[in-house]
Design a protein around this ligand. Structure first.
Ligand SMILES: Nc1ncnc2c1ncn2[C@@H]1O[C@H](COP(=O)(O)OP(=O)(O)OP(=O)(O)O)[C@@H](O)[C@H]1O
Length: 296
């Protein structure tokens, strides 16, 4: 959906945080007003220490504001109903070890379901289904602790999806993943979105953000300093500079090659289309003969 219309509907998650101060006195974020709406993928971008993880961890009440409020599905979250926030907002941590607790992968994915009273056989069936969704069915008998970083991330995602949350939050989902697994995670995010689950990801990979996001929020020094569609954000040089970010490759290549960027290409597929159109216009290449396997 268009980010411009995002504010017209009741958000799934609505966070107002005047400040979050860590025990050592560091202010992790301040003056943040952040919502997640139905049917959207939001990418949170920003330099190291900008406050992305701090913000994400507020979305399911892992962290709470010094002053402010978290509202999930219209319900204000307090000490007493944090479990509701955790169920509605599934969190895939960057450090997957924090969420893998059981002796085998299958047990681990079943764990949350069993906590909610789902019986053994039913929990097993649903856990297997969730593992298959993230292409990790072959790992079910493995010991979580010994999985590779990328495998842990996929199993963590299965453990979240199996609980059928309304929002999935992923902190740096591509960190440490090989290119094949990165494409798989991007695909899974699109699939989760198609199934009606909203997604929030933090990432340093702006190409990935351009590929998957409906809305990009830019953080700097603990604050959300700008947001918009990928095109709006990735052609806003002043905003990117403020957050110490460089535009995604498609933007840089289009500019460096002196292409007409009035269509604001932000993805590889956009760039290929622009090149194909230009080649067709100059009569050198038949339109459509260039291909881009990365796009959808
Ligand atoms: N547990 C903590 N105790 C003290 N300070 C913290 C803690 N966690 C984060 N911070 C600080 O809060 C600020 C925001 O950190 P955060 O991890 O949210 O940033 P980030 O944008 O996710 O960074 P990165 O991209 O490097 O992961 C930083 O100054 C960081 O040092």
């Amino acid at each position: 959906m268009s980010a411009d219309h995002a504010g017209e509907r009741t958000p799934l998650v609505d966070l107002q945080c005047e400040a979050h101060t860590y025990p050592d006195g560091t202010v992790g974020m301040h003056d943040v007003d952040f919502s997640v709406h139905h049917d959207e993928v939001v990418a949170l971008v920003g330099g190291n220490g900008a406050g992305k993880s701090t913000l994400l961890e507020h979305l399911n009440a892992t962290l709470v504001p010094d002053e402010g409020e978290l509202v999930v599905g219209g319900t204000a979250i307090t000490e007493d109903n944090k479990a509701y926030a955790r169920r509605e907002v599934g969190f895939v941590f960057q450090d997957a070890d924090t969420q893998l607790v059981a002796p085998t992968v299958l047990d681990d994915v079943m764990f949350g379901l069993q906590n909610y009273g789902v019986s053994g056989e039913e929990a097993k069936r649903r856990a297997r289904e969730a593992l298959a969704t993230v292409d990790a069915a072959h790992l079910e008998e493995r010991i979580p602790h010994y999985l590779s970083g990328g495998e842990k991330r996929l199993v963590g995602l299965a453990g979240v999806l199996v609980l059928e949350p309304s929002v999935v939050v992923l902190d740096e989902p591509l960190a440490g993943l090989d290119p094949e697994r990165s494409l798989l995670v991007a695909d899974r995010i699109r699939q989760i979105h198609r199934e009606g689950i909203s997604v929030v990801v933090s990432t340093h990979d702006l190409e990935f953000a351009a590929e998957i996001a409906d809305r990009v929020c830019v953080m700097a020094a603990g604050n959300v300093v700008g947001s918009g569609t990928p095109r709006e954000v990735f052609y806003d040089d002043a905003l990117l500079e403020r957050a110490n970010l460089h535009p995604p490759a498609a933007v840089r290549i289009a500019r460096n090659a002196g292409l007409d960027t009035s269509t604001q290409p932000v993805t590889e597929a956009d760039l290929v289309t622009l090149l194909a159109d230009r080649a067709a216009a100059s009569g050198t290449v038949r339109a459509g003969s260039l291909d881009c396997s990365g796009g959808d």
